[in-house]
Design a protein around this ligand. Structure first.
Ligand code: P6P
Length: 336
């Protein structure tokens, strides 16, 4: 690619700020560069996991009750370190930490809240399946001055930025600051995320549904009726099933190709398995910014009033047509 066309994520973030937020300070781009730096560190470890001696399972159980992988700990520490030293972060919260971490209590300095899942899908790591880092960024809610940790409990539509890094066949950063969705591919030869997918738009409809059907018997009835319909061939599109078991990978395919990803309530997870603050909200912001839809089956994900850092939610996300269709099944109607 000629250098004139080479736009790095750092340059893009600055351009976007000048274009859409001309009065903003450069602090926000400093914040996002903290995320991309940590993710480059994580990518380097993911790419050579079998050689680094980092243990797969550590034998430790995290706050989710899941066995921590060695790379979970590395990824979490990388993000805590790079974001904790930016001098502008007030509160950090992670899937790996039970409680939020107050970095700079004074909202005049600690202006931002960053919530992240450092390595989503990490149980797939030792069999070389794609995994991802997911992040969600808010401004401090200064009404919580005396309880900064509560600044993480903001509704998804208040996010000022959201994104993920997919450690797949290539390493991709996908992010939005509310003015569209942009994708960057890590070029290992220069160590930079380079713009490769300007203005990503999710197709209005797709031909793929993505769900772990092992739990189908315990799905809500409307969900079972929807899945029966998509497999019936009654639609003018013959749907196929794709399920990787790693949210970022399953969503990234849905973002680019359309279709629907579902994680409904199950017998093991009565509220659904996916966590609202560091999985559903950031992914939902990206989906909506790309023209897609994200709901609990009947409520917009980004309108949920959070009550806890690790709360879970039913999650239906993807092309407008498919998600609106499952909403009709939820209302007791059919495809109509
Ligand atoms: P299941 C990974 O553990 C994760 O949180 C998401 O990345 C993924 O979508 C989901 O769980 C997979 O869950 O129950 O199908 O293994």
């Amino acid at each position: 690619m000629a250098s004139a066309e080479l736009i790095t994520a750092s340059q893009h973030i600055l351009d976007q700020q000048r274009l859409h937020h001309p009065t903003a300070s450069g602090e926000f781009s400093l914040l996002l560069s903290g995320v991309t730096l940590a993710c480059k560190m994580i990518a380097a470890e993911v790419r050579r996991l079998g050689l680094t001696g980092l243990p797969g399972g550590t034998g430790n159980v995290n706050v989710q009750g899941e066995e921590q992988q060695g790379l979970d700990v590395f990824a979490n520490n990388a993000l805590l370190h790079t974001l904790g030293h930016r001098g502008i972060v007030g509160v950090l919260a992670s899937e790996e930490n039970e409680d939020p971490i107050v970095v700079l209590k004074d909202p005049k300095h600690g202006k931002y809240v960053v919530i992240f899942d450092p390595l989503d899908g990490s149980s797939n790591i030792d069999v070389n399946v794609s995994v991802g880092t997911i992040f969600s960024i808010f401004r401090r809610d200064i009404n919580n001055g005396d309880k900064p940790a509560d600044d993480v409990l903001q509704m998804g539509h208040q996010q000022i930025a959201a994104g993920y890094v997919l450690y797949g066949s290539s390493t991709m950063l996908v992010y939005t600051t509310g003015d569209g969705v942009f994708g960057f591919t890590l070029d290992p030869s220069i160590g930079a995320f380079v713009l490769s997918h300007p203005k990503i738009k999710m197709p209005d409809r797709g031909s793929t549904y993505s769900v772990n059907e092992a739990y189908a018997d315990s799905f809500p009835p409307f969900c079972r009726r929807f899945l029966h319909w998509v497999k019936s061939g009654e639609d003018d599109i013959a749907y196929k099933s794709r399920y990787i078991g790693s949210l970022v990978a399953d969503f990234h395919r849905t973002l680019l190709k359309g279709g629907i990803f579902l994680y409904p309530p199950t017998a093991s997870y009565h509220e659904g398995k996916l966590r609202l603050l560091y999985e559903a909200n950031p992914i939902a912001m990206i989906a909506e910014q790309a023209g897609g839809v994200a709901t609990t089956g009947h409520e917009r994900i980004l309108d949920i009033e959070p009550s806890g850092l690790h709360q879970r939610t039913p999650f239906y996300i993807g092309s407008a047509r498919e998600v609106e269709l499952i909403g009709r099944f939820h209302e007791g109607e059919g495809p109509g």
